[in-house]
Ligand binder design. Structure first.
Ligand SMILES: [Zn+2]
Ligand SMILES: [Zn+2]
Length: 91
């Protein structure tokens, strides 16, 4: 986390977004920043310790928007998809 000089502002060290409070910047870095490695790391920990429960995501069929077809399976707890999990296990 960077502290900007001459200003009472805190800056995300990943995407350079500024915040008025330190807590706001910290919160952003840990949860919301798309450039920060922290949310991903936390999510990975969650995925590893999760007892997955699968649900099938339905998506509209191409050309038949009113019809739904099974798209992919995802975990209702950690929201990992089957494909992502397979990749993680092979990594
Ligand atoms: Zn950020
Ligand atoms: Zn899960």
């Amino acid at each position: 986390m960077n502290i900007l000089e001459n200003q009472i502002l805190y800056q995300c060290e990943y995407c350079k977004k500024s915040f008025i409070t330190k807590q706001g910047a910290k919160n952003h870095e840990e949860k919301y920043c798309y450039l920060s490695p922290i949310p991903k790391r936390k999510w990975l920990e969650k995925v590893k310790s999760c007892e997955h429960e699968w649900e099938t995501k339905l998506s509209p069929m191409a050309g038949e928007e009113h019809l739904l077809e099974p798209d992919y399976d995802y975990c209702i707890h950690c929201s990992v998809t089957e494909m992502e999990l397979r990749k993680l296990l092979n990594a």
